[in-house]
Design a protein around this ligand. Structure first.
Ligand code: FCB
Length: 452
């Protein structure tokens, strides 16, 4: 029991967080370029203008992946780099960049996994209403078609959207992320319906224009609910809360079922339909058919969870964390159980092979006097989390795990203040330095997680 022989041990990144070259070689503007360019949004005014300069250093970065023994690499395509206006004219220099990256990965024996949308909404599309404009379904589909035409001869694995909970919720409801809007709740439901339709359209276009049979998935997120004990009632309480719809309107995007039931079941969850009835747009059968295009695998980004038990009143309740509960540098709780219960509950409900498309933590990593980066907290965190994942691997169809992240990078509103990488980036020189955890991960991959 444990991880399958062909388990995809990987690492993940996203375009804006690492590429840099934000205004080079014909790339168009996207909402993060614009948002980071205005004062007050990002920690100390940081931007992704240079980031890890991966655009110029991708060969060195792929060489590190190979040296680390990574089987798989999940990266995203910046929509505005290949279609500067989001639609219409193709930027061949942008295509060439991703094409070269793919060739390099394959040459080094690392399987590429492409994410179509990790939050770079082209500014021209945004100006036309972005996710609020129903036409985005067609535009996103055309972008997916281009990606299929140019890259699916060599790339087999695709994820459509990264974390709609985040890019819709933080971008348009609370306004903490680009484009920094606080729209009415009603608009957010309409937008989300377009987001899900765009996902469906992209699945259709990827398949239609694919040069080989593809494995297509989706990469949403959410905090996981895990049971306090393994008594059946606590497990049931955790399951119920994990798939429940939040009561807080201003936080409604943080849930699993609204974003995944439509894709896997062709229906929105009844609880949400009732609770949010007054906000819902017109939803047709045709829409639901598009949204529920069959996908092959289910990805989920999992970072932490809440401990849940069945209350005396027969309703699930959250168990309060004890004083001094372990937390990462970003202040996220350390809850390894989420990597057992998360994939298990998701597999039970959706019956698709599972990928953990992101998991990891930020630490206060520094370059020590000995010239190395010692990150015992990361090693301990990963060992605890992966032990739980191994238990899940013995029970469900689990295909892969992507560590967030390959290297330190631009952490959205937090700029470069958070270090999530296995590899340390010295931003002043762009030097990459392996953290202790990178060596640890390499050894783990070599034994397929046996020692966990
Ligand atoms: C996820 C994002 C990813 C990264 C990690 C820390 O929400 O998908 O880009 O920022 O968190």
């Amino acid at each position: 029991m444990g991880f399958s022989k062909d388990f995809a041990w990987g690492a993940a990144t996203s375009a804006y967080q690492i590429e840099g070259a934000a205004s080079l070689d014909g790339k168009g503007l996207h909402i993060w370029d614009v948002y980071t360019g205005e004062k007050g949004h990002i920690y100390e005014g940081h931007t992704g203008e240079v980031a890890c300069d991966h655009y110029h250093r991708y060969k060195e970065d792929v060489a590190m992946m190979k040296e680390m023994g990574l089987k798989a690499y999940r990266f995203s395509i910046d929509w505005s780099r290949v279609l500067p206006e989001g639609r219409g004219k193709v930027n061949e220099a942008g295509i060439a960049f991703y094409s070269n990256l793919i060739d390099e990965l394959l040459a080094q024996g690392v399987e590429p996994y492409i994410t179509l949308y990790h939050w770079e909404l082209p500014y021209e599309i945004y100006k036309r209403g972005g996710w609020m404009n129903p036409k985005i379904v067609e535009w996103f589909g055309d972008y997916a078609k281009l990606v299929a035409e140019r890259f699916s001869d060599r790339v087999k694995y695709f994820f459509t959207l990264n974390e709609p909970q985040c890019f819709v919720g933080l971008g348009f409801l609370t306004g903490e992320h680009a484009p920094g809007i606080q729209a009415p709740v009603r608009d957010i439901f309409e937008m989300s319906h377009n987001v899900l339709k765009a996902h469906g359209q992209a699945v259709q276009m990827l398949r239609q224009y694919a040069k080989q049979p593809l494995i297509i998935g989706y990469a949403p997120t959410s905090s996981v609910c895990y049971p306090q004990t393994e008594k059946p009632e606590d497990i049931e309480a955790a399951r119920q809360m994990f798939f429940a719809m939040p009561e807080d309107e201003k936080n409604w995007t943080w849930n699993v079922s609204w974003w995944s039931d439509p894709i896997l079941f062709g229906e929105y969850p009844e609880e949400g339909m009732k609770r949010y009835e007054k906000y819902l747009p017109t939803i047709t059968q045709e829409d639901m058919k598009l949204i529920s295009q069959p996908i092959d695998v289910y990805g989920q980004n999992i970072y932490n969870g809440k401990c849940v038990r069945m209350g005396d009143d027969g309703k699930p309740e959250i168990v309060k964390r004890h004083e001094g509960f372990p937390r990462t540098a970003m202040d996220w709780p350390v809850t390894p159980q989420c990597l057992y219960w998360g994939p298990k509950f998701l597999y039970e409900r959706y019956q698709k092979p599972i990928y953990i498309t992101e998991n990891g933590l930020s630490c206060h990593d520094t370059l020590s006097l000995d010239g190395q980066v010692h990150d015992p907290n990361r090693i301990d965190f990963l060992a605890r989390y992966l032990k739980e994942l191994k238990r899940a691997a013995g029970e469900i169809d689990l295909r892969g795990y992507f560590q967030w992240s390959l290297m330190d990078n631009f952490e959205w509103a937090r700029g470069y203040s958070e270090r999530f990488g296995l590899i340390y980036v010295d931003y002043a020189t762009q030097k990459r330095i392996w953290k202790d955890s990178a060596y640890w991960y390499r050894a783990l991959i070599q034994t397929n997680g046996e020692e966990l």
